[in-house]
Design a protein. Structure first.
Length: 250
């Protein structure tokens, strides 16, 4: 019984450990990607960089030059370009070196730079090399050998914002259309709005006319009231005078 409990406890701990390892692995995704891995005469070149980023955030680039024979480098340059508004090419960073030997050790370069604002879309890397590679008694001289490759994807946050605003506007329009239908039993459209606007102006004109008639009626009522008061006053005065007239003696 004790052994069974011990085995069960170990099994549960193993499951929890594996779950934790899986969770940690899922929470730490690989943020870099190999964008260039190729061989040129005498050199193997590999470029790793940030897989995805956004404007105003960083890109980290790691480049490795691995010799396959005796190599003397006269000039080396890595340029990294972005595209303003996804169209106009602009230099974002570069690594330059000169006059060094590769064999037997490799050469590694790392740089981190910020992506300018208004830059989005795929970035572009370009390597330029002038060097000599020796194979026994044979030496190959290569001048300004160029290798180009696509790199980190920069998210178009401006388009994303527009899409989100469009989504919000569409949702608002649907709500307005529903409210419009519930109020007027018609869809929200330019034609229906024009009809309602025309009806509104007609009602406004009718209201103005009725208000004028009401003002005239009020004036008439005031005049009638004044006339009635005057008449009553006249009748009362007449009766008073008649009552006070002295009687004739016979």
């Amino acid at each position: 019984m004790i052994k069974l409990r011990t085995v069960t406890s170990i099994f549960v701990m193993l499951i929890l450990t594996l779950t934790l390892i899986k969770s940690v692995t899922a929470q730490t995704p690989d943020e870099t990607q190999t964008f260039f891995d190729s061989e040129i005469p005498g050199i193997k070149i590999q470029v790793n960089a940030t897989a995805e980023t956004r404007p105003s955030q960083n890109i980290t680039v790691a480049l490795n030059l691995k010799p396959q024979t005796t190599v003397e480098v006269t000039y080396f340059n890595l340029s990294i370009f972005g595209f303003i508004n996804g169209t106009y090419k602009t230099l974002m960073a570069n690594i330059t070196d000169s006059d060094f030997s590769l064999y037997p050790a490799s050469k590694e370069y790392t740089c981190t730079f910020k992506v300018p604002e208004q830059v989005w879309g795929v970035t572009y890397g370009e390597i330029v090399l002038t060097y000599s590679a020796r194979y026994g008694v044979v030496t190959i001289n290569l001048e300004k050998l160029t290798c180009g490759f696509t790199m980190t994807e920069v998210e178009n946050i401006y388009l994303k914002n527009i899409e989100e605003e469009l989504k919000a506007s569409t949702s608002t329009l649907n709500l307005l259309n529903q409210t419009f239908w519930e109020s007027f039993l018609m869809n929200l459209s330019a034609e229906n709005l024009a009809r309602l606007n025309q009806t509104y102006w007609e009602l406004q004109q009718n209201y103005t006319a009725l208000r004028g008639n009401l003002n005239e009626l009020g004036n008439t009522r005031t005049a009638v009231g004044i006339l009635a008061v005057t008449t009553v006053f006249f009748v009362a005065t007449t009766l008073y005078l008649v009552m006070r007239k002295p009687k004739e003696s016979w």
